[in-house]
Design a protein around this ligand. Structure first.
Ligand code: FE2
Length: 216
């Protein structure tokens, strides 16, 4: 399922390393020079993403397949913009506080756009820009935050397994089991990458070294 519905995804989802500037959070915050990140890197961090057809979401069989496969029984839609969101300024500030959840954060951009900032394995900020048609799943335990961009508008579908729990745990909350799981999975992925790199450099058969905990 994670590898389906990828056609044209790079047109609606982009990612780059952020600068350290304290300027308006809604600006792109590219580094100089720009450091774009391949979407495969997001997969390595545990982020799943797809491109779907948001103009037909009510009858979209692909969305239905994803929801069934991943158990996303809950769904709602929210508009985030100054005109439609009560307590807009307070909520925008809260969304931008670095936090994690004990469950996945699943968002499908039906209209507009926004930035999901996530920490990589070295604690660097990656900005994930999501436009209309992009759907992303941030894993439980991953530190992140959200902001609108300078267009100030997103209509987003929120999905959840069962009854939704939106509780944000602002950093630091490293003692939570969800955080430990994300950290150890992330570490294992880095180890596997190093092993594969070693195999390539030494010209050894791929897969000679096995990572037992992951068994992949
Ligand atoms: Fe969140």
């Amino acid at each position: 399922m994670e590898t389906e519905f990828q056609d044209g995804k790079q047109e609606v989802i982009e990612a780059w390393y952020m600068d350290d500037s304290q300027e308006d959070q809604r600006l792109p915050h590219h580094r100089e020079p720009k450091e774009f990140i391949p979407l495969d890197k997001l997969s390595e961090l545990g982020i799943i993403s797809w491109r779907l057809n948001p103009d037909n979401w009510e009858k979209d069989e692909n969305l239905k397949k994803i929801r069934e496969a991943r158990g996303y029984t809950y769904m709602d839609i929210c508009d985030v913009c100054p005109e439609k969101l009560p307590n807009y300024e307070t909520k925008i500030k809260n969304f931008f506080e670095e936090h994690l959840h004990t469950d996945e954060e699943i968002r499908y951009c039906l209209e507009g756009s926004g930035y999901f900032d996530v920490r990589d394995e070295n604690d660097q900020w990656i900005r994930v820009a999501v436009k209309k048609g992009g759907m992303i799943v941030l894993p439980a335990g991953m530190y992140h935050r959200f902001t609108l961009d300078t267009d100030n508008y997103i209509k987003a579908m929120r999905l959840f397994v069962g009854e939704p729990v939106w509780t944000p745990y602002n950093r630091p909350h490293d003692h939570l089991p969800a955080r430990n799981i994300w950290t150890s999975l992330s570490r294992q992925k880095v180890e596997i990458k190093l092993l594969r790199l070693t195999e390539t450099i030494l010209n050894l058969p791929v897969g000679l070294f096995q990572c037992v905990p992951c068994a992949i």
